[in-house]
Write a protein that binds this ligand. Structure first.
Ligand code: SAM
Length: 208
């Protein structure tokens, strides 16, 4: 294993045992509502979104990337348990193993807090989406005022305990400032607990 490998066995085990549905259930329903066609789940973790993809209305071809083998093993198990066919690959969001215009939708849930190079990852999302395709996300972001200062101070320690997660990412500015996308929807949602809050969710359209 090289020092650049992503491998967080303890975090993966803890993450897998956290109650997901009460906080993230409504967000995962939002991410997956009305999807059809080819869908990519970016940084799928333990596969918590898979049951919602299974329940989606339209016919779906589900793909996912997850670079941490401890997360990926759990995601494979969850896909089997819920009976959803997922083409799950060992890859990073910054370098997606798909040709241009591959997907009708790309989903990201609490993953842009962790990706090492979010700008590069967003360029990849734009590249693999078909023109008119949707990037849907739910992410925790840097707050305001004293909360932001606490998040800035805590991030170095938090990153080490929480699998590389940053509390201080200005993800909204990144997403809304990218010319490859137009904003369809963006809102703050009542999810998460400080310091991993506030949460935002939204839908961006890949410009045609
Ligand atoms: C907090 S977990 C979220 C997992 C899942 N998306 C969910 O909603 O539960 C963040 C995930 O991002 C993954 N990750 C870290 N760096 C990544 C990268 N460069 N590209 C894609 N995924 C990455 C981690 O391994 C981890 O599984």
């Amino acid at each position: 294993m090289s020092e650049h490998d992503i491998s967080h066995p303890v975090f993966a085990a803890v993450y897998d045992h956290l109650p997901d549905e009460p906080v993230m259930g409504p967000q995962r329903e939002y991410l997956t509502a009305g999807l059809c066609g080819r869908v990519l789940d970016l940084g799928a973790g333990t596969g918590e979104t898979f049951p919602y993809l299974k329940a989606a209305d339209g016919p779906l071809e589900v793909h996912a990337v997850e670079p941490d083998p401890h997360m990926r093993r759990r995601a494979e198990r969850r896909a089997r348990a819920v009976g959803v066919a997922v083409d799950l690959r060992d890859a990073r969001a910054e370098s997606l193993p798909y040709p241009d215009d591959s997907f009708d939708a790309v989903l990201a849930s609490v993953v842009f807090c962790t990706i090492e190079d979010p700008e590069r990852a967003l360029r990849e999302v734009a590249r693999v989406l078909v023109p008119g395709g949707e990037f849907r996300f739910v992410e925790h972001v840097r707050g305001d005022g004293w909360r932001a200062s606490v998040q800035d101070g805590l991030t170095p320690l938090w990153k080490r305990a929480a699998g590389g997660c940053h509390l201080d990412r200005d993800t909204v500015a990144l997403f809304t400032g990218d010319e490859a996308f137009s904003v369809l929807e963006l809102e703050r949602v009542d999810a998460g607990v400080f310091p991993a809050a506030p949460f935002v969710r939204g839908r961006l359209e890949r410009r045609r």
